[in-house]
Design a binder for this molecule. Structure first.
Ligand code: NAD
Ligand code: ZN
Length: 341
């Protein structure tokens, strides 16, 4: 089969012929229909310091996908050939305290599809049945291919009650934009999204941001005045991975405000006085809750969550280079590659 393989320890990705995966008794073989490109895939493409220490080559990468079941292991009884499915990107150990208690997103040793084991940018992928998510076939395969990052956005956005609250999202990347749409859908009042990229700020507006602020030229304090806010943001979602964005967020929260941290930040100084004296709560977010987040994403879409503007580029997998170029330019929402359509 064809797969996008990180075959050399250098920048780039290579379309190669690799063996179709064999399944074990508890696995499912999926024919991939569509995949979407994640920031993680771009790190692997670029071969940055994180990728160099994490990825073993050669390996097929990618973890955001939707496909159809073509084969099921002999121990699997609750899925059938032909089912439309996606899969959770973290394969958990199943044996640690958190896994046994049902808190699988807090597993002590999760393995990432397309990071620590063969990925989904391929014609077929094999995954354990415990990772498979049965898809609502009324949702488009474009959107279903993005359920993994949508889950990141939903896990973050639903960490705190947003009803009637003023929300700050730092970073209008695909996940920040999805979080803005979710925040509006669940009843937030103002949703201010910041970025330094005009393309993405425009996307955030189309995804439902009340105000999209370019922090190169505008200040959060002025944005609050413009919206008639008096006491700061009630809920913050850090989705840029930029330390300055986090510092600005912490400085602009209401007393008692709650922050969910998804962005992966380098080591950085924090003004702890704001956290302590203003009584802030900070919660780290990793992955998705299995499978409450997947359920919520499906129900939010069924309830009218509009993700229309999210996918900005679509390519056949043989044009993967164009897809990665679009992602690497920063001027994109989600980029979808089709495999069997
Ligand atoms: P992305 O890189 O596409 O988007 C980040 C955005 O932040 C970009 O548009 C960038 O222009 C913007 N930005 C840069 N500096 C900024 C600043 N000072 N203020 C405001 N915005 C600024 O990333 P994404 O795919 O949307 O993911 C969002 C973040 O979440 C990333 O940091 C990613 O690594 C992280 N992430 C974490 C998890 C997890 O499980 N914790 C999972 C997926 C992604
Ligand atoms: Zn575990």
């Amino acid at each position: 089969m064809k797969a996008l393989v990180k075959s050399k320890a250098e920048p780039g990705l290579w379309l190669e012929d690799v063996p179709t995966p064999q399944i074990g008794i508890n696995d499912i073989l999926i024919e991939v229909i569509k995949t979407s490109i994640c920031g993680t895939d771009v790190h692997i493409y670029n071969w940055d310091a994180w990728a160099q220490k994490t990825i073993r080559v050669p390996m097929a990468i990618g973890h955001e996908f939707v496909g159809r079941i073509v084969e099921i292991g002999s121990n699997v009884h609750d899925f059938a050939v032909g089912d439309l499915v996606s899969a959770e990107g973290h394969v958990v150990c199943g044996r640690c305290r958190n896994c046994l208690a049902g808190r699988r997103h807090l597993c002590t040793s999760p393995k990432g599809i397309g990071v620590n084991r063969d990925g989904a940018f391929a014609e077929y992928i094999a995954v354990p049945v415990t990772n498979v998510w049965y898809c609502d076939t009324s949702i488009s395969t474009d959107i279903l291919s993005c359920f993994d990052p949508l889950g990141n956005a939903a896990h973050t956005a639903l960490s705190f009650n947003l009803v009637g609250e003023d929300v700050l999202i730092t970073g209008a990347g695909p996940i920040g934009c999805m979080a803005a749409a979710i925040a509006r859908q669940v009843g937030a009042r103002h949703v201010v999204v910041t970025d330094v990229n005009p393309y993405r700020l425009e996307l955030a507006k189309r995804m439902g941001a009340t105000l999209a602020l370019d922090v190169r030229t505008g200040r959060l304090a002025d944005a609050q005045k413009q919206l008639g806010m008096k006491e700061g943001f009630d809920v913050g979602m850090e989705m840029s991975g930029n330390p300055e964005a986090l510092r600005e967020m912490i400085a602009n929260m209401a007393h008692g405000g709650k922050i969910a941290l998804l962005g992966i930040l380098p080591r950085t100084e924090i003004e702890w006085d704001f956290v302590v004296f203003n009584g802030l709560t900070i919660k780290g977010i990793y992955g998705r809750e299995m499978y409450e987040t997947w359920y919520k994403v499906t129900m939010l879409i069924q309830g009218g969550l509009d993700l229309g503007p999210l996918i900005t580029h679509r390519f056949h997998y043989t044009d993967f280079q164009k897809g990665f170029d679009a992602m690497r330019s920063g001027n994109s929402g989600k980029v979808v590659l089709s495999w069997h359509d």
